[in-house]
Write a new protein. Sequence first.
Length: 367
Amino acid sequence: MSELRGACIIGQSGGPTAVINASALGVIRTALDTDCITRVLGAANGIQGVLEDRLYDMGQEDAGELELLRYTPSSALGSCRYKLAEPSQDDTDYRRILEIFRKYDVRYFFYNGGNDSMDTCNKISKYMQSVGYACRVIGVPKTIDNDLWGTDMTFGFQSAVDIATDTIDRIHTTASSHSRVFIIEVMGHKVGHVTLHAGIAGGADVILIPEIPYDINVVTDVIKKRSAAGKTFTILAVAEGAISKEDAKLKKKQYKAKLAQRKYPSIAYELAAEIEEKMDKEVRVTVPGHTQRGGSPCAYDRVFATRVGAKAAELILNEEYGYMVAMRNGETVKIPLEEVAGKLKYVDPQCGLIQEARMIGISFGDK
Ligand code: F6P
């Protein structure tokens, strides 16, 4: 058992998922039962709550109500999107975090989130070491985007895929009544994991993801060929970060500037306008948006989040810190935070899933 006694803080950050609370519950319950942890504090809105000294005493919460967290979607503690500066450039936030940690004698910090959250964990862990303040940090990975490097999957992803698939399914049943093109825009930030999986599961005819830049003429050709074959409608699953071949050649800054000038609310609407301009077809856009992060978590994610929460708890008991819990080949493992921080996991355009999708006739708009 750890010699280091003190309070622990649990925080949730980034875009919530349907299942983020189930893993938080695993950590809270273990922490409450762990001798070396004297008090369990929940940070309101992640690291922002720490900076603003907004902390809940989880030990005072009703046990029955805490148990409800297992089924409660979205982040019960509240979330934030707050990026800490490099401490070498500006250490104001770190000094404040240290002040709060000292105030409550915080010796354990668990942070539940995606890429930026693992970066926050890594920075805090290193800063505390650099100032000689003993504090154990553990990252717990969640994001619907599944873009966290080092883990085969993130929890929240499967629930989001189910919701996006359900949207595509519903469009399918109405699409057959019209001679139209339907575009469903799927979340995923800079990567296409959710779109790829939901697109295949929902039977999309075209899937556009950021990792495979598209050519609008290839997309319109697919629609024409389908019409010629007597298929009246075409369904496109489009990742919110999908990009054309032309735009993919731009430098990051140029592309950002172009996006800032975009006259449409998002890529799906831009594509819709382009398709309507190029061919005599009506196009309709559906954006499930934040519904993909809400509602009841799927069974897979509940099991996954429980396993990850339990593994995080095991790391506390074994006194292993500075890690993110990951899932590799069906097993929970620990990965050093510094290996994970700041790295994105993209869809590999050559992966088996893409090859198989191409074989059954799905177009990725590239050739
Ligand atoms: O990172 C999760 C995510 O849902 C992305 O898929 C999406 O781009 C982003 O968050 C949306 O963020 P916000 O909730 O700030 O609109």
